[in-house]
Design a protein around this ligand. Structure first.
Ligand code: TRP
Length: 363
């Protein structure tokens, strides 16, 4: 079967290293693998509005930031269709029909929705749109008949919800929609990159992110003040690797060739870790190493971004063309869905004929 990718991000801020290792980097690899018939990358502005109803301007301003980040990491509009969710009204129509296939209690059990409700203090007043966004996300995925959804681990419940909707739709109506597979990062450390403060996740509100658009100096400062082992006070003290953010980042970013280039005293990461655990290796040395590795990865992205920043109108044009293409594909699926649901009354000659005969058979 031909494979199609759909994935995306809410435009609520610039993208950071967590997005990069959790998803963006992989997308570029998948894009360049040539294994996919179509790749759709969506800027999920409509979903972003579900928990930013009072901040529409934030969403509006961040669309270009996400687009700049996409293009600067190497997503190529010749190979991947980049588009804006709100420009595809077909997605809302699909969601409206899927809503009938999902119960309120099922949505209440969604772990991602649950934790987001907590994080945003929505307990007392959950916006309906927010509560139902997993259904809208199922529309995003199924509208493109996506087989493959490369996302972070936090999106697992959304994929489960989508699969349930697909199965339900296909059994109530007829086999129409495709059950998608989630594609998680292969490297454990990339599943959920912690913030620079050691907290579970990078998040703008916690102010613990390294952004793809950060200057080299900002990255260096953030790395040098990163959370390590709080009991590792003297260089000679034995240090802990577990929960030590600098080592988690090394697990995510370090490749064997980095040692020869930046830290030739050590043959590999295992030896570096062993020395840290024994004692005698200072945080600063490890942090400098990490900074060199990050810089190698981020410098070309930063350079491309700076160039792209001079071409804002062209980028909107890319998004416009992508949205036109995406709309055509979604419209096709919506048409299939409406046919399967038999709500295509005016084209349903059988229905019209049957009813006409029933009413007129005795006459
Ligand atoms: N929920 C994703 C996020 O928080 C964005 C998103 C919306 C998405 N629709 C999607 C991701 C469909 C993958 C597939 O960033």
């Amino acid at each position: 079967m031909e494979k199609t990718i759909l994935t995306g991000d809410r435009p609520t801020g610039k993208l950071h290293l967590g997005h990069y290792v959790g998803s963006l980097k992989r997308r570029v690899e998948l894009q360049n693998s040539g294994e996919y018939k179509d790749i759709f990358i969506m800027i999920a502005d409509a979903q972003a509005l579900t928990d930013n109803s009072e901040n529409p301007e934030k969403v509006r301003q961040n669309i270009i930031e996400v687009a700049l980040d996409y293009l600067s990491v190497g997503l190529d509009p010749e190979k991947s269709t980049l588009f804006i969710q709100s420009q595809i009204p077909e997605l809302c129509e699909l969601a409206f029909y899927y809503m009938n296939l999902v119960t309120v209690s099922r949505l209440q059990r969604n772990p991602t929705v649950k934790s987001e409700i907590q994080m945003r203090n929505f307990e007392a007043s959950i916006p309906v749109g927010f509560f139902t966004y997993p259904i809208s996300q199922a529309s995003d995925i199924t509208a493109f008949k996506a087989t493959t959804v490369p996302v972070g681990e936090d999106q697992l419940p959304m994929l489960e919800q989508t699969k349930e909707i697909v199965r339900k739709f296909n059994s109530v109506y007829e086999e129409t929609l495709i059950e998608p597979e989630i594609l998680l990062p292969e490297n454990q450390a990339c599943l959920r990159l912690p913030g620079t403060d050691g907290k579970a996740k990078m998040s703008k509100s916690l102010n613990n992110c390294i952004y793809l658009s950060d200057s080299a100096e900002d990255v260096r400062k953030k790395v040098m003040s990163m959370y390590t082992d709080p009991d590792h006070l003297q260089v000679s003290d034995p240090g802990k690797i577990e929960g030590n953010t600098v080592f988690t980042y090394l697990d995510a970013f370090c490749k064997p060739e980095h040692f020869e280039k930046y830290l030739p005293d050590y043959p590999n990461l295992a030896e570096l870790k062993a020395h840290y655990q024994r004692g005698g290796l200072g945080d600063v040395k490890v942090k400098r190493f990490l900074n060199a590795i990050l810089e190698e990865e981020l410098a070309p992205i930063r350079e491309r971004r700076q160039e792209l920043e001079t071409k804002i109108p062209e980028i909107y044009d890319i998004l416009k063309k992508g949205s036109e293409k995406a709309k055509a594909v979604a419209a096709n699926t919506l048409n299939d869905v409406k046919n399967a649901m038999k709500i295509n009354y005016f084209d349903d000659m059988e229905l019209i004929k049957e009813q006409s005969e029933r009413y007129n058979s005795g006459k």
